[in-house]
Design a protein around this ligand. Structure first.
Ligand SMILES: NC(=O)c1ccc[n+]([C@@H]2O[C@H](COP(=O)([O-])OP(=O)(O)OC[C@H]3O[C@@H](n4cnc5c(N)ncnc54)[C@H](O)[C@@H]3O)[C@@H](O)[C@H]2O)c1
Ligand SMILES: N[C@H](CO)Cc1c[nH]c[nH+]1
Ligand SMILES: [Zn+2]
Length: 430
């Protein structure tokens, strides 16, 4: 069960913030082997590795037209309606993120502007090892389509019978994504990075996944393929005081613990009484969960920490940088203002984290393992490049020319200076 700690010394906080993830050095050699196999054997490597890790050698790697069209009837009407509602909310939230910058005249005759352009070829990884995360497809597919990415490839591991979950296929159909590859894990990442006969090499790979997927993404990013961020095993940190409801807090902790044995959940509280009540609720609710095995293992790696006040809870949370932060405290509005490191924040007692996982509109592909200190979650921007443009008139060059000449000369870069001087001479007819 969850480890309890009362008023830990601040010198121990960094140690407490370590996630239960395997070392990069432990995972990298195996993943490098996988990369080599995919580069040497292409599609055949994907088939062999599906057999090894997913327990099936699919009869074909690409989902067929027939598999795609027959998926709709296999998804019940209530689920289709829920997916549609989530799709609409996610679309509404993400389309408002579009920016159009007006040109700016920094000096008379010197005009600068910036334009957003879609990344042309993108790859989406949809986890499917232990749960078919069709919600993740909405989180990646909606902004990819809004951005206008021309070529979108989707990789997801096949089930033991070689199929892809109908809800994933239905969601792909809704989004208009039809190139779907039955491949998971590091081999899927390798295929999207290097290309195979069936998988087009892409410029940027998106999507969460287990540690193999996350480390593989980090490794290809060193080889020149962009990635969204390291989005590994799910985590949540709940800050709770006496205003919190222990049953709600336990439910929120379990909602992320059930993702997998390597997930971590953290409870910070000012009240030992609340901590005990949450402990009882955890036991009660855990016993009812179909994925109790995963959740119980995750709780073993998790923490419940009593701290003296809300300021200390905020300080710990900012140091921990959780993927999800729930503020189940009286002053959630003012404390939210002080959050500087978190993937996504949930305010008050009636904002469960699962609402963001599925349907409120925000993106659930978020940085884990402390990466929220520097990375943002997926958004429309993740699928766009920002290209800057400028146009300088002869009057503009007359205004800015001297500045550039002086700076170039001071850096000892005469050719830079000349590129301006030669034009100024022409303007002045010298
Ligand atoms: N951070 C986020 O935004 C976010 C969002 C959703 C899900 N998640 C996380 O995604 C993960 C999904 O994990 P999953 O395992 O269910 O699915 P997954 O699709 O990420 O991984 C399954 C694949 O892992 C590979 N694999 C499994 N065992 C292996 C081994 N021993 N060696 C090499 N490769 C192996 C296999 O190829 C398999 O196809 C969970 O950890 C969940 O918490 C994170
Ligand atoms: N909590 C996950 C992100 O860490 C996203 C998810 C998908 N389905 C359910 N939850
Ligand atoms: Zn979740």
């Amino acid at each position: 069960m969850i480890r309890k700690i009362v008023n830990p010394d601040t010198s121990t906080w960094n140690e407490l913030a370590k996630r239960p993830v395997k070392d990069l050095e432990e995972l990298e050699p195996g993943i490098r082997q996988t990369f080599k196999l995919v580069q040497e054997l292409g599609d055949e490597a994907l088939l062999q590795l599906a057999e090894k890790y997913d327990g099936v050698r699919p009869s074909q790697l690409l989902v067929s037209e027939q598999e795609l069209t027959s998926a709709t009837d296999k998804v019940d009407a209530e689920l289709r309606e829920a997916i549609l509602q989530a799709y609409n909310n996610i679309r509404t939230f993400h389309e408002k993120q579009a920016e159009k910058m007006q040109p700016v005249e920094t000096m008379p005759g010197v005009l600068c502007w910036r334009k957003s352009v879609a990344i042309q070829k993108v790859g989406l990884y949809i986890p499917g090892g232990t749960a078919p995360l069709f919600s993740t497809l909405l989180m990646l597919g909606v902004p990819a389509k809004l951005a206008g990415c021309e070529s979108i490839i989707l990789c997801t591991p096949p089930a033991k019978d070689g199929s892809i979950h109908p809800a994933i296929l239905y969601t792909a159909g809704l989004l208009g994504i039809n190139r779907i590859v039955k491949a998971g894990g590091a081999q899927a990442v390798a295929a999207m990075a290097f290309g195979t006969e069936s998988v087009l090499a892409v410029s940027k790979i998106f999507g969460p996944g287990n540690q193999y997927v996350t480390v593989a993404k980090q490794m290809v990013s060193r080889l020149g393929v962009a990635i969204d961020m390291p989005a590994g095993p799910s985590e949540v940190l709940v800050m709770a005081d006496e205003a919190a409801n222990p049953a709600f807090v336990a439910a929120d902790l379990l909602s992320q613990a059930e993702h997998g044995a390597d997930s971590q959940v953290v409870l910070l509280t000012t009240s030992e009484q609340l901590l005990d009540a949450v402990g009882k609720e955890l036991e009660k609710q855990l016993a009812e969960l179909p994925r109790a095995g995963f959740a119980a293992q995750a709780l073993e790696n998790s923490l419940a920490i009593v701290l003296p006040d809300t300021a200390q809870m905020l300080a710990f949370s900012n140091m921990y940088a959780p993927e999800h932060l729930i503020l189940a405290i009286k002053d959630y509005e003012s404390i939210a203002e002080g959050v500087v490191n978190a993937g996504s924040v949930f305010l008050g007692n009636f904002t469960p984290e699962s609402a963001g996982d599925y349907a409120s509109g925000t993106n659930h592909t978020l940085p884990t393992n402390g990466f929220a200190r520097a990375y943002s979650g997926v958004s429309l921007d993740s699928f766009l490049k920002k290209i800057t443009f400028q146009h300088i008139t002869p009057v503009g060059l007359t205004n800015i020319g001297k500045t550039v000449e002086v700076m170039a000369a001071a850096e000892g870069l005469q050719a830079h200076k000349n590129a301006v001087s030669i034009r100024l001479k022409e303007i002045n007819n010298v």
